[in-house]
Design a protein around this ligand. Structure first.
Ligand SMILES: Cc1ncc(COP(=O)(O)O)c(C=O)c1O
Length: 391
């Protein structure tokens, strides 16, 4: 670790990667690793995918950036593709998940003004994670991340995740304008809500004229076996945020809106320099095309089901494992004890993953993995967990 870098990441592992291919990465010593993390749900098409590399080179040879002062045809095309895939109607582009969520939060303020609510409240979830900017940090329900940055912004009520009664108990509060929630909590420990949770939230939002904001920064772009996780439940949010996998490693975020969330920003009210530039939008278009052409979501469903089943079968008898749970290729293995250091044993066995909520092993492999690679994840993980428990 260089002292010239602010030490913000306490768990930086002692290796660096030189190159990758598909679901595999090689470190600077030439060791080969199976990627079970995809740079935290980003490189869903794996590393050095030829179609993505070609799109990057093609656009780099033309123009990278012009600014939103001018029309950006690739941005318009990407907005059209994303709205068509998601059922949303308008898109705003930025550079990260936090920025996409910040945009969503600012939309709620515009919505509140329209409704003459001067002290608007957004309901968010305990253990939820929406980013590290002041707005998104305040929205997040991971209090340990907020510690030291107080005072955090007012205007949020945090309630337990997957508790529809806690939400229903707030319906008398006339200052509430929106609810913001992850369809599956990622950093909160791969928490999967009950089947009717999102549908019930949708109904309460309709009943009380609240905006339903779904943070699909981690779950979106095919990760759970649909383009977006809410598509498992036949509902639509009013606002949808995406980032991470949208350009397979180039920084991009998007906040999408529809219906009463459309046209809330008047010109000049919101924006950013890099957002939606030709380079990143062309790459994102190539990502969406590749997902479609190569039937990546079908693969995610097939291999995700197989991997989850095999993990349950193989690890089920280990008494220290509380649950193996997941949807698509977003999988959590919860141990009965803190296990942050297990990632080091993972390195020894050349498997990459991380730990969330202190004791949940999080697997987010590229959506392109095949059955043999899924088997290797299971075999390596079995050895890793056994070795961890013996220590
Ligand atoms: C659900 C969710 N929302 C927001 C974010 C923040 O995204 P970013 O790190 O790109 O700002 C993350 C990042 O992990 C996330 O998982």
């Amino acid at each position: 670790m260089s002292s010239a870098i602010m030490p913000t990441y306490y768990s930086q592992l002692p290796i660096a990667f030189e190159y990758g291919k598909g679901a595999w990465l090689w470190d600077t010593e030439g060791n080969k690793y199976l990627d079970g993390l995809s740079g935290i749900a980003v490189c869903s098409l794996g590393h050095a995918h030829p179609s993505i590399t070609a799109a990057i080179c093609e656009q780099a040879n033309k123009v990278l950036h012009t600014s939103n002062t001018f029309l950006i045809p690739k941005q318009m095309k990407l907005a059209e593709r994303l709205t068509q895939l998601s059922g949303m109607e308008q898109a705003y582009f930025c550079n990260s998940g936090a920025e996409a969520n910040e945009t969503a939060l600012k939309l709620t303020r515009m919505y509140a003004r329209k409704k003459n609510i001067s002290q608007p409240i957004v309901i968010t979830m305990l253990n939820g994670f929406h980013g590290r900017t002041f707005g998104t940090l305040s929205a997040s329900g991971l209090t340990r991340l907020q510690e030291g940055f107080e005072p955090i912004l007012p205007g949020f009520i945090h309630i337990p995740y997957n508790d529809i009664n806690a939400l229903a108990a707030l319906t008398d509060n006339k200052n509430i304008v929106a609810i913001m929630v992850e369809p599956i909590q990622g950093d909160g420990g791969i928490a999967i809500p009950t089947e009717d949770y999102l549908t019930k939230i949708r109904a309460l939002c309709d009943q009380h004229d609240w905006l339903m904001i779904l943070d699909e920064v981690q779950t979106g772009i095919g990760r759970t076996g649909h383009w977006f996780a809410y598509q498992h439940f036949n509902i639509l949010p009013d606002i949808l945020t995406v980032a991470k996998a949208l350009a397979n490693g180039l920084p991009i975020g998007a906040c999408l809106a529809r219906g009463k969330a459309n046209n809330l920003f008047p010109p000049g009210k919101h924006g950013c320099t890099f957002g939606g530039n030709p380079f990143v939008c062309n790459t994102a278009l190539a990502v969406l095309d590749t997902i479609e052409n190569e039937k990546i979501i079908e693969n995610c469903n097939e291999i995700g089901t197989y991997l989850l089943h095999t993990l349950k079968e193989t690890l089920g008898s280990i008494k220290e494992i509380i649950t193996v749970r997941g949807k698509g290729l977003m999988i959590g293995i919860e141990l009965d004890r803190p296990c942050r250091d297990i990632t080091l044993i993972g390195l020894k066995h050349r498997l990459l993953f991380n730990v969330v909520s202190d004791r949940v092993i999080r697997l987010l492999p590229p959506l392109i993995i095949n059955k043999e690679e899924a088997d290797q994840i299971v075999n390596r993980l079995q050895m890793i967990i056994k070795e961890f428990l013996q220590n």
